[in-house]
Design a protein. Structure first.
Length: 256
């Protein structure tokens, strides 16, 4: 087993955006991830792959991108992560149902009801927005606690998760910002490519699914660093120096 040192307190954006390219097999692994991402249901494996990257980063295992050798485990882990996310999304789903019902009712009962309904919708929308903003931080703490403990129940240990969020909120904010900018860039480039017949449409597919998988890895890096900050895992993580590559090997940050 090979290991690599990581500094969880480092805010190095370059490492965040490029760590996956140090893996000698990064092209193969990202291409598979992008391809899997195109297939509904099967793309649940990407959630499990993200979890594996988080755990590898915490344990200091190098390269942190696991081989695509256990689709079954990745799929089941991804399914659990989706289930966890859906449970936390229940309040938003309920708020959306209430908003739809209130909107329909207000139009059916005259101007007074319409005014009251508009106020109610504004309040519900505000609550939904606040919950969404809090959730983008909370869910990262959930993934950290789940990656560390590995039990479904650990995703709902509110006390430990709250402490994780308190300690890691700055890196969580960076994760959200990077993801937002990434999606924005994908949208802009996609809008340009759509103007190119045929070839541009194919490029959009590759860009979107490849880009989304890349953003998943970027998120995994930040969440993995938060998990490492909570305490190293089973691997003998070195925190001071990066071991030099072996004689005759290329310098890939020690990842050979």
């Amino acid at each position: 087993m090979q290991y690599y040192d990581y500094n969880p307190t480092s805010g190095d954006l370059k490492d965040n955006l490029t760590f996956m390219f140090r893996d000698p097999e990064w092209k193969k692994k990202i291409l598979i991830g992008a391809g899997v991402n195109m297939i509904p249901i099967l793309n649940f494996v990407n959630g499990g792959y993200m979890l594996a990257v988080i755990q590898n980063l915490r344990n200091g295992i190098r390269p942190p991108l696991p081989a695509w050798s256990d689709f079954g485990k990745f799929f089941m882990d991804g399914l659990k992560m989706i289930a966890i996310s859906l449970i936390y999304a229940i309040p938003m789903i309920l708020l959306s149902i209430i908003m739809s019902a209130a909107s329909g009712a207000s139009y059916n009962y005259g101007s007074n009801a319409l005014t009251a309904g508009s106020i109610g919708l504004a309040i519900i929308s505000l609550i939904s927005l606040i919950y969404s903003l809090l959730l983008v931080f909370w869910i990262q703490g959930v993934y950290v606690n789940y990656a560390i403990k590995g039990t479904f129940a650990s995703a709902f240990e509110f006390g430990p998760i709250w402490k994780i969020v308190q300690r890691g909120w700055k890196r969580m904010l960076a994760t959200v910002a990077i993801y937002f900018v990434g999606v924005l860039v994908l949208g802009i480039v996609g809008a340009i490519l759509v103007l190119i017949p045929c070839l541009g449409w194919v490029a959009i597919w590759l860009l979107v699914f490849g880009g989304i998988f890349y953003l998943i890895l970027v998120m995994a890096y930040n969440i993995g660093m938060i998990a490492l900050q909570e305490g190293p895992g089973a691997g003998p993580v070195v925190t001071n120096t990066v071991p030099p590559p072996p004689p005759g090997a290329s310098n890939l940050g020690g990842w050979e």
